[in-house]
Design a protein around this ligand. Structure first.
Ligand SMILES: [Zn+2]
Length: 188
């Protein structure tokens, strides 16, 4: 029974159900929260833009994009309720249709492939402690291989709904020594 319970927990951690919402993407002036019921939504101004949003996080001397795709935030980081109560270990960036995802910082591709719940996934290592993970992709960039060096802004794939996803979006994580932190607020 213990094994079964752990398995269910692992699946719920990766669960990434996101209700479809109208696209609010590609507009200048900051990152928006999608209209509708968004769990753990960051504070926004009257036009739906995240308050005091800095698009670049600086952690241990590494600069990382907080949103490596043109999208709106359809789910924030942290505990949330759903079919099963779970902790959302990243942020969901909704794009409605597949859209190009870029590497959020300079680094080395550590993983390209399918992960349970995450579907098509890329992990980039930025230094000994810091990684970013990109989940639910529809496709990978050509020639993207484990061990490849990538530069910030370089296309790595496209958003999709592979794995445990109900809408086309990027599930995006910051991992510091393996622990997830909020991409929208971590660092400076
Ligand atoms: Zn997610």
């Amino acid at each position: 029974m213990r094994f079964v319970a752990l398995t269910i927990l692992a699946v719920s951690l990766a669960a990434c159900a996101t209700a479809p919402a109208p696209p609010e993407t590609g507009r200048p002036g900051g990152l928006r929260v999608c209209p509708g019921n968004v769990s753990n939504a960051p504070l926004t101004d009257n036009s739906g833009r995240i308050r005091s949003f800095d698009p670049v996080a600086r952690i241990d001397g590494v600069s990382l994009l907080r949103a490596p795709v043109e999208a709106c935030v359809s789910s924030g980081f942290g505990p949330r309720r759903g079919g099963a109560s779970s902790f959302h270990e990243g942020v969901d960036l909704y794009t409605r249709t597949p859209r190009t995802i870029v590497a959020s910082g300079d680094g080395v591709v550590e993983y390209v492939g399918s992960q349970r719940g995450y579907g098509r996934t890329i992990v980039i290592r930025h230094n000994s402690d810091l990684k970013t993970r990109y989940g639910h992709l529809s496709s990978y960039a050509d020639n993207l291989r484990k061990g490849a060096r990538v530069k910030r802004g370089e296309p790595i794939g496209r958003t999709g709904d592979s794995g445990n996803a109900t809408a086309v979006h990027l599930h995006y994580e910051f991992l510091i020594r393996g622990r997830p932190v909020d991409p929208l607020s971590a660092g400076k």
